[in-house]
Each structure stands twice: as C-alpha cells, then as structure tokens.
Design a protein around this ligand. Structure first.
Ligand code: ADP
Ligand code: MG
Length: 605
C-alpha cells in the first residue's frame, strides 16, 4: 500500500492535464530519499503522476533530469577515467528568511495573506549602518534557531551554518550539501518545520523574496556540483594534466549550457514574488551571467587564443601547464574570488545559482540546469567522438571542441558589477535574455529549443511543459489578484477611514481656533488637511481604477493573456497607491495608525 497510492487530487494545479471527472493521480514511493517520521506520522517521499502518465510534481522531472546528467556525464568522464560508473549531482542550498513577531504579523493583513508588506514607510534606521551581518544573533532568535536545528537533525537534515543576513531581522541557514534529490526534499521539509518552530517562539517566518521595501530581499542560493562514484569533484581543479583537462571540460560544458539556455534558466527562477527581488539593486539582476574570476577566465582565454593543443602542456611529472601561465592547478585551487552580483557564479569547486527565490522549490532550477547540462554533455560527446573517428587524437579532439565552445559561449561570461546600469545595456548587446516581465519570461519554456531539449533528454514532454507553463501563468495571475484585493481592502477599510478621522480632528481644531481668534494661527493645520485630502482622494481614485482594471483582466480566458493583463494593467497600480499611503503614514497620528510600522516589524526581536 505504501509503494503506490491513488490520491484524488483534482484540486491540484495541473494546467489542464486533468479534468475533475478524470482526476485520478498516482503517488509512488521514491526510495532514493529516506522515509521519515514527523510526530506520529510516517512520511514517504513520493512522486506524483497523472492517470495518463504525465508528471504532476517536481520530483518526477527532477529524478529524470538527474538520471539524464548521470548518463551523459558518465560518458564524458570515460574519456578521462574508465573506472567511473556514475556521476552524482550535489546541491547545497542556503536558505534566507525573515522573522517577525507573531503578534505584529497578525495585525498586518498584507503579511498574513500575501507574505509581504504592500505598504509601509521606510524605517529611519534600516540596514544603512551595515552593522548587523557580523553582529550577535538576538537572544530570542538564537533560541528559535537552536530549536529549529535540533528538529532538523532529528529528521536527518545536516544543518551546518546559521548567521544574520544583511537586512534587519533577516537570517540564513545552510546545510552540508547532499545528493540533489535528497537535498531538495530536505529543503522542502525545512521550510515546513521552520514555520512550525517559529510559532513556538512567537515568531512568524517570512519566506517571501521581498517582504519589505527598501531593504534586501531573500534568496535561496543553490550550490551545485557534479561528482563521480570514485570520489572526484568534476568541477574542482585537480593535480594532474588529465584531471585538469577533465575539470576544464566540465566547466566549459556547464558554461556553454548556461549560455544556450540563459533565458530558460531565468524562467525557472522567475515568479510573481521573486520578480520583486531580481533586478532590484541588491539581488542578481534579471539577467543570467556567469562569473568565473580572473584566473579561470585567463585559462579559458588562453585556451581560446591558442593555436594548437600544445597550449595544454604535460610536463614530466604530468603536471598541467599552460604556456604563459605557470602552476595552473595551484592557481585554480586558490581561486576564492567572490562576486555577489553574479546570478550564476563559479565559486572554485561548484556553481552557485543565486537567483533562486527564498520561497521556491529548488527543483525547478535544478531540473532546467541538469537538463541543459545533460544535453550539452551528450552533444559534446557526439562531436568529440566524430572527431576521434575521423582520426584525430583524443586530447586534440577534446581541445578543439572546447576551444570552439569557449568562443561561442563567451557572451555569458561577465566578471563585472551585475547591478550596474551599464551591464544591462551590455547584456542586451551580447544577446542575453533581458526580459523582466514574469509572464513573458515564462514563454522560454515553450521555445522550440527548450521543448526539443526536454524531449531529447526525456525530462518533460511538450504536453507537460505546456501544462506547467499554464500553471505558472495562472499562479502569477492569482498572486497579483490576491495582492490587489488585499491592497484594496487595506486602503478602503483601514487607511482612508483612519486618515479621515485624523482629518476630522484637525478640522475640529481649525474650526475652534477660528472661533477663538485671538491671533491664533491654524494655517499649518489647514495645509495638513489639504495634504491628507489630496492623498486620500488619489488613493480612492487609484483603488477604483485598479479594481476596474481587474474586472477587465478577469474576463480574459487565455491564461497567458490574463497574466500579461495583470502584469501590465493591474500590478502597475500597487506602487502608485502605496506612495500615497506611505505619505499618509508620515502625517497621521501614530496612535491612530492601524498597521504596525517597519521599525516595529524589523527591530522587535
Ligand atoms: P557562502 O554563504 O559563503 O556561500 P555557506 O556555507 O553559507 O557559504 O553555504 C555554502 C553551501 O554550499 C553549503 O550548503 C555547502 O554545503 C555547499 N557546498 C560546498 N561545497 C559544495 C559542492 N562541492 N557542491 C555543492 N554544494 C557545496
Ligand atoms: Mg551563506
């Protein structure tokens, strides 16, 4: 019974794959991830597929992509080491999050229902002193963390790192990396446990990518690497010539895959919530580029410019040397450069995909990365084999292929400041995907190059891709719709009435002053009344217009068109309305203001 179950899941988003009248789905045990017990319940990690065979979850395509990488990468490894029988992918996620006091959270309908503050004037003190990161963790938070880590360890989640993050009340937890599928299950489990333990400490965890305006948002860095069953990290420079040619082969293949599918990689991490974070001046921009650091870049440049494979020299001790650059292995191993602005950075022995959102399921990014990389390895192997069959020496065949791949993938490599305006212009010139509108970014899943790649690697069929993209558009619409509704409620039921009440107090005062006369001056109060009137009138007008725009968008049947309408005509009101609310917050009596303010949400610990 545990091996296979048949849950009815008709109310599960499926992008039209299932109708309610044929809603059967099957769950099947995934034995590669250990079963566990929470409280009194035995939990079995499972895959979830439709009656018709399509994958309905993240796990099925993740497992398929893992096996595609294993197959393709093992074949490439065999050029260097015949002993390799399996290539394993590792994932080490870093989870960022905010904590807020539960009693304050409970009186912020926006936080409760959307996970972020839709309004709120910036606190006078934010993160500008940059004094938080290395500071002591607040006592109440440390108690939460210790409790959380204990619960994690009970479930076999190998938690390792805890620290303050850049923004006030923002923190991070990271585990020791594990095999990708297990690491992902553990991250999913962690997000659930966090919520439970936080309540025990009268906190609420915010996993939203951008809960507060004006300070850093939260991500989930995905550290990703490939290792062999013989214990070699394929993305780590080695000691011998052969090990280093192998390292460069894998590195260049990953870069090339990232280049070909940079738009798709972005689609895998894009969402209504993460789009607030990407492109803001504190997170990776909505452009996927690869940071390599000066030393690795120099090696690739050298290889690209060289005329023959003698560029990679093998000396007597079989030490990898490149003409002009000595001691390559040592240099490469010392490569500890960091570039926090790069969305997809090489960090010495792994790639770090930093654009993943804090609330995301890591699987989506891993599915795309794995599939793109597996496809690249497969094509690489075919091309190198063809050269070898044509009589070219193996090392030379690999060298020639790498050289051409380094050249054609050059556009993705960028070591500069990813936050800068110049980079946006430069990235566009280089032909990288610069789209920032989430519903348009989702289109990349249905590009012929994506559909064909997913089919070749046996990861997702066209039907599955269409269904998933449909769900992404639908989810986008619903998230914006909920935010729009909450914003409307807040402005009309909370903000405008309170502002009017304060205005009435002022009017009363002005009236009495004018009655008394005696040289008393009410002109400052009259100015204040005028400002309150202006802001409340605009809030009412804009809220009305936003509701009208929603009505129009709601009539659209096509999910993509609907999501676009929400993006282009509804979401545009949010910041405009907020601007006036935040102004009122500065004017209205603090005692009357109905919502906890940023300084309370961010500094009460
Ligand atoms: P930082 O914040 O400096 O990037 P952390 O310790 O917070 O470092 O997180 C690094 C993450 O990367 C951890 O989860 C760690 O286990 C993981 N990691 C380290 N080496 C590898 C590797 N070879 N492959 C995958 N993940 C790795
Ligand atoms: Mg970290």
């Amino acid at each position: 019974m545990l091996v296979q179950q048949e849950p009815d899941a008709s109310s599960f988003p499926n992008g039209g794959i299932r109708n309610t009248f044929e809603a059967r789905g099957y769950s099947a045990w995934d034995p590669t991830s250990p079963a566990f017990i929470v409280g009194g319940t035995l939990c079995i990690p499972t895959v979830f597929i439709a009656y018709t065979g399509e994958a309905l979850d993240y796990k099925v395509p993740l497992l398929r992509s893992i096996s595609a990488v294993n197959k393709a990468a093992t074949e490439v490894c065999r050029y260097f080491d015949k002993e390799v029988n399996r290539v394993i992918q590792y994932l080490g996620w870093e989870q960022e999050y905010f904590l807020v006091d539960e009693s304050l959270w409970a009186v912020r309908p926006d936080l409760m229902l959307t996970g972020r503050t839709l309004m709120g004037h910036e606190s006078a003190k934010n993160q500008q002193l940059e004094d938080h990161y290395f500071g002591a963790i607040p006592t109440r938070v440390i108690a939460f963390m210790a409790d959380l880590e204990y619960e994690c360890l009970k479930l076999g989640i190998p938690v390792k790192t805890r620290h303050n993050e850049v923004a006030p009340n923002q923190f991070e937890l990271a585990p020791v990396y594990e095999e990708c599928n297990l690491a992902n299950d553990h991250n999913q489990l962690l997000m659930t446990i966090m919520d439970k333990i936080a309540r025990r400490h009268n906190f609420r965890v915010l996993l939203h990518e951008k809960p507060f305006k004006g300070i850093n948002g939260s991500g989930k860095h995905n550290n990703w690497s490939l290792g062999t069953d013989t214990g070699v990290n394929l993305l780590s420079p080695g000691k011998t010539a052969s090990e280093n040619l192998q390292f460069i082969t894998f590195l260049v293949n990953v870069i090339s895959a990232g280049h070909k599918h940079n738009g798709l990689l972005k689609a895998a991490i894009m969402s209504a919530t993460n789009s607030h974070r990407l492109g803001a001046n504190e997170a990776p921009p909505a452009i996927i580029s690869t940071f390599l650091g000066t030393q690795v870049s120099a090696v690739l440049d050298k290889l690209e410019a060289s005329r023959s494979d003698s560029a990679i020299r093998f000396n007597a001790k079989n030490v990898f040397k490149m003409s002009g650059i000595s001691h390559i292995p040592a240099l490469l191993r010392d490569n500890t450069d960091r570039n926090r602005t790069s969305a997809f950075a090489f960090t010495g022995n792994r790639f770090e995909l930093r654009a993943v959102g804090s609330s995301d399921n890591c699987a989506e990014a891993m599915i795309v990365l794995n599939t793109a990389v597996a496809d690249e390895f497969t094509a690489f192997r075919e091309r190198v084999d063809a050269r070898i069959e044509a009589g070219v020496r193996k090392e030379k065949a690999i060298y020639e292929e790498l050289k051409s791949m380094i050249r054609s993938s050059r556009a993705i490599r960028f070591d500069g400041n990813g936050y800068s305006e110049e980079w946006r212009a430069e990235a566009a010139r280089r032909g990288l995907d610069c789209e920032t509108c989430a519903p348009r970014v989702f289109d990349r899943y249905l590009d012929p190059s994506s559909v064909e790649m997913f089919a070749r690697m046996g990861v997702l069929s066209k039907v599955e891709l269409e269904a998933r993209t449909e769900v992404k558009w639908e989810t986008y619409t619903k998230k914006i719709q909920i935010e729009g509704r909450v914003l409307g409620d807040l402005t009309m039921n909370h903000i405008v009435p309170i502002a009017s009440r304060y205005e009435a107090l002022l009017l009363d005062k002005v009236y009495k002053i004018s009655q008394i006369g005696q040289g008393l001056d009410a002109s400052a109060d009259v100015e204040l009344i005028k400002r309150i009137q202006q802001h409340t009138a605009l809030i009412q007008q804009l809220t009305h217009d936003m509701i009208e725009a929603r009505k129009v968008a709601n009539k659209i049947e096509d999910q993509r068109e609907k999501a676009l309408a929400y993006h282009d005509t509804v979401a545009v009101y949010f910041d405009q309305i907020r601007k006036h609310v935040d102004r009122l917050e500065e004017i209205v009596d603090d005692q009357m203001w109905p919502l906890p303010k940023y300084r309370e949400l961010l500094f009460l610990r």
